[in-house]
Design a protein around this ligand. Structure first.
Ligand code: SAH
Length: 443
């Protein structure tokens, strides 16, 4: 989501006549878009901003440095205690005002008037969900589209509802129009973005023929001619009712890969986290999805070391992790966040234990990823070619429908096309293969 918000700001700035330079050394303005999910992310951003503002103080007085996004929203003017030379602090509903703010700051700088004070813009803004719309002109094969802002869930560990506000959805027609424009510019794959995409549209639309607004949106996006693939992130397990499971059977463009945040495999922990599902219902969703689309693969988010997590709780997570066979995922060490319910609890799992549990899951993830990749060897996979591979002359990179990276020898002409690739080799993170000239077989 941050990547998408940053892309939109960059595109708005280009529209204003700014240009984006390759390296920060050449920039007159540097904006950091930030994440607050864990303390470590904030500390990194503060460290980077500290480095940039000291460069400004010492060598480049006209450099403008700004902080945008969740940490700006979370800390606001308090950031100035550590970073007194910041020029701009812009919250999560104000990205579209960045061009105006910069224009104003630059005018003040050029007028050689008094040193401009820090511009701080953090209020909630009605309809801000409709402002993340601009894209880079070049057109990419795979594009993100923001369908909503905010989050109404109340996970006890999570700061996102505080930094992103209440759920607010864009109208279906606006989203479809944006997808159509992207496809006209060369996009073949869309990832729909929101904090909880499965809650899309509850604020503006009704269920229709027992279908949720999110499934209605998927059906409309499926109709966009020239679009080949649809993905989305992040859904909530609670959102996987029959309508969404059946969408995997019925919508040909919807790819068989789901990011399904589990957080913990212990019911006791799920309850403590205020996650509104239990292990059994999670597994039922997984099985339902596998029935609807037998080749379905899953990724997830797990938090290790939530307050009170015992070895037994963690062992249960390990078991569910293996049972589902997640082959991609993000493992987070619990980090207390101010303003959340669990910040009031004692962060009682020692650092070393968090570290160890983290490593156990990462090792299983590697094994399971290798297993999935090996199972592809010998198959012919449909690959959407994204561009040259990072290494190897004449080598190209694309993904199969299951989001696996596939490397093969090709030509630039294939970029943006769906091609059949016979998989010959597997490693933990990628598979290699050869273009299959006879076409796709039904395997
Ligand atoms: N709204 C999205 C993304 C939330 S943030 C969703 O619900 O999927 C992404 C992930 O960060 C969460 O799924 C969770 O696993 C992790 N996370 C959130 N708060 C955290 C905290 N306080 N400490 C550690 N990990 C956290």
């Amino acid at each position: 989501m941050n990547e998408r918000d940053s892309e939109a700001v960059a595109a708005m700035l280009r529209g204003r006549g700014y240009s984006i330079v390759d390296g920060e050394q050449d920039a007159d303005v540097i904006l950091l878009n930030t994440c607050s999910v864990r303390d470590q992310a904030e500390q990194k951003a503060i460290g980077k901003a500290g480095y940039l503002t000291s460069r400004k103080r010492k060598h480049q007085p006209k450099l403008l440095v700004g902080i945008m996004g969740c940490m700006a929203q979370n800390r606001g003017a308090d950031l100035l205690d550590q970073l007194p030379d910041l020029d701009l602090i812009v919250g999560t509903q104000k990205f579209h005002h960045v061009p105006d703010h910069l224009d104003n700051l630059i005018r003040t700088l050029e007028g050689q008037g008094p040193k401009p004070s820090t511009l701080i813009d953090l209020e909630a803004e009605e309809s801000s969900q409709n402002t993340i719309r601009e894209h880079n002109k070049e057109g990419s094969i795979s594009s993100f589209v923001s369908i909503m802002q905010g989050c109404n869930m109340r996970c006890n560990f999570c700061i996102v509802p505080k930094t992103r506000g209440k759920e607010r959805s864009r109208p279906i027609e606006h989203i479809v129009e944006e997808v159509e424009e992207l496809v006209a510019a060369g996009t073949k794959e869309i990832t729909l973005l929101g904090q909880i995409v499965t809650s899309y549209g509850r604020d503006i639309l009704k269920f229709k023929d027992k279908k949720s607004p999110f499934v209605q949106l998927l059906e409309q996006v499926q109709e966009v001619k020239g679009l080949e693939r649809i993905r989305f992130t992040s859904p909530h397990p609670r959102g996987f009712k029959d309508d969404l499971i059946e969408a995997y059977r019925d919508l040909s463009k919807l790819c068989e890969y789901v990011h399904l945040p589990l957080q913990s495999g212990s019911d006791r922990m799920l309850k403590a986290m205020n996650r509104p599902y239990r292990v059994e219902s999670f597994l039922n969703i997984v099985n339902g999805l596998r029935k609807a689309a037998p080749r379905m693969t899953f990724s997830t988010d797990i938090i290790v070391g939530y307050p009170g997590e015992t070895d037994q709780d963690f062992q249960e997570t390990v078991e569910v992790f293996k049972e589902v066979g997640f082959d991609m995922g993000f493992i987070f060490k619990y980090s207390p966040r101010s303003g959340t319910v669990s910040a009031e609890l004692q962060d009682d799992v020692p650092k070393e234990v968090k570290e160890k549990r983290n490593q156990v899951l990462l090792d299983i993830l590697q094994e399971q990823s290798m297993k999935t990749n090996q199972s592809l060897v010998g198959r012919i996979e449909e690959v959407l070619v994204e561009g040259p591979a990072r290494k190897g002359e004449g080598m190209f990179m694309g993904r199969n429908r299951g989001f696996r990276k596939v490397i093969f020898a090709g030509t630039p002409r294939l970029i943006g096309q769906l091609v059949p690739v016979r998989i010959t080799e597997a490693s933990v993170t990628t598979v290699k293969g050869e273009l299959e000239l006879t076409g796709m077989e039904d395997n």
